[in-house]
Design a protein around this ligand. Sequence first.
Ligand code: ADP
Length: 750
Amino acid sequence: MSMMKGVSDRWLLGLLLAMCAVVGGFMYGFYGYSMDQSAARQAAEFETAIRLELEQKASKFADGAQKLERDVGFLASVPPIAGIARALDNKGLDAQESTPLDLWRERLEAIYQAYLAADDQLFQVRLIGNQDGAREIVRVQRQADRIAVVPKADLQRKGGRDYVIRAQTLPSGAVYLSPVTLNRELGQIEQPERPTLRAVTPVDNARGKSYGLVVINFDVGGFLSELAKVNDPAVSIYLTNPGGDYLLHPQAGQAFAFERDAAARRWQDDFLPLPDSRLTQGNSFHRFRATATGKTYLVAERSIPLGSFQPDSSLNLRLLLPEEVFMARVSAGARPQLLTAFMASLIIAAALLGMYLRLMFVRNMEAEQQREMLETAIDSLQCGMAMADRKGILQRVNRALCEAFGYTESELLGQSVELLLPEEKREQHALLRQTFTATQPVVLGGGAPVFGRRRDGSAVPLQIGLVNIRVGGQSYVLASVLDLSQRFAYEEALSAQNAELELRTAEAESASRAKSSFLTNMSHEIRTPLHGIMGLATILQRKLDDPIARELLGKLMSAATHMQDVLNNVLDLARIESGKLTLSIRPLSTQALFDKLQSICGVAAANKGLNLRIEQALPEMLQGDVVHLLQMLVNLVGNAIKFTEQGEVSVVATASADGPTLWRVHLLVADTGIGMTEAQQARIFEAFEQADGSTTRRYGGSGLGLAITRRLARMMDGDVTVASTPGEGSRFTVDLCLPAYLPADGQPPA
Ligand code: ADP
């Protein structure tokens, strides 16, 4: 049982550990999941915010550029443009409108002035001719707070400028948006620096041939400073042109550095792309490492197309967030979930622990109860119990054992079991003990008592059973010890009692024998004078003639005869009881037996007017004591006649063979006389007993006949029984065993 408990304990612990592992795994998984979720959410939030910001900024920029495109188209289509073309073709006079060139120019200047006034980010509008090194034809510009028309003499040649060269190749109606650069005047960067975007479109003459360009200079300084504003202080913003030159940079002086220094650093010099991480995968961020600091940034990027005619030349707007800042925010965001996971795990672990402790508690209680039950049972055993380890050291003893040897439990535990043996046996026992391996109980001494030694040195008779047992992987010898001292004492008392009884019986028997022999002797002594009395009375009867004297003598004779009967009976009984009567077994003729019965009893029956009926179906010849058989029959039939006034007395004899040499003889004597009660029937076979006290007075008799009959029947291996009903009659049954007559015996029948 303890083994089972051990197994299930281990199982339980395993289960608990497994559950803890599951909880741990769950926690870890949840942590990871939570982190991932949080990171993904943070990334998504960051991306959304950045993207929104990017979109807003980029579309503002793109809107501005688009408006510029539209505006330049409009400014290239106003009537003075065609008028100037016609005037230039016709030596300064527009023949169609009869308008000189200068008038057209004035009109154009007026239009451009009005245009500039509408938007203070516009700072220059020009018409540049293709002729004369691309000399400006009209130029209106913002100077401080006013809009000025540049006098003819100050108009410049723009032939080498990049945007002029590019625009001259454009088809009619197309618009070129120049890269954003610092505005230059007369080849020098204008101070204060003015980042400029130019929109340029060619203008045609009447023949459909390009004769010049309309150029709008747009100051993007405002846009850029708008772009540079970010809500998140950790976010930095970069704007580059298609070549990677900085138009916007968090560090002062870095923006437009390429204008001042051809070797200025560009985006691709400062930031190297890194592979996506788990977090940047699946969103629009990219990772870059700053070459100067080694710091990693998450970068959201948006390109801003510059005009619908140059899909390839767009600006790049980038918002950067240091990855460490991002990670810190992610884990900060993840913390609440982590706490929840931790709390949940704590609760689950506490619940598991609670369950485990409860289970342990219940189990311990059960185990304790079981143990107590066992202890009580073992201690209550009447049989002594001892358990010793392989070295013979007593590990457990019960109360009965302690009592048998007169020790207390604490005196025995830890002692060698040899302590309980007589000194002369100890050494031998210690040797034998080591070879004892029986796993089935063995009774020492084959059941004969063996002797132990009590604490007081006295010997105690014992019956000892031994067996090897295994408990918790250890081997022990378990002994059951039955203290036989009480049984010994009891047996001694019993044999003393028996001896006493035997003595008494012998005494009684000798007394009885003395009584019988006294009776026999007495009877003989009485019989001799009685015979004398009877003989003398017979002589006297012959000699006397006086009738009165003869009658008196007759009564004397009858009294003497009765006395002789009683005397004979007493003698018989005494002889039987003293063992002096022996049966003389001889061949007998059954017919002769019953004939004698008829002759003895027939007269008495006839005198009383009774019918004596004898039916016998016995084998013709048997063996037996004919005298005593006849005595039994005469006793029974005589009683039947004596106690019957009318009706009949019947004798029925049958026999059955019991093997080849024996007959079971059954004699039934029945009458229709006075019968007996049950109580009377119970007494009549005892000597000197009669059915009731008045019998002697009424019927005479000594009360010895049936006693003798039963004793004789028992001597013949049989018995006599009676069945009777008062007033109706009695039935006496005699069962006997008689040897079969074997003619080879050759003896003549009795
Ligand atoms: P007794 O010499 O007195 O007849 P028995 O031993 O022969 O002594 O009988 C004992 C008593 O049993 C008788 O006294 C009588 O009371 C009773 N008894 C015996 N035989 C009969 C019978 N056939 N019918 C009634 N009573 C009987």
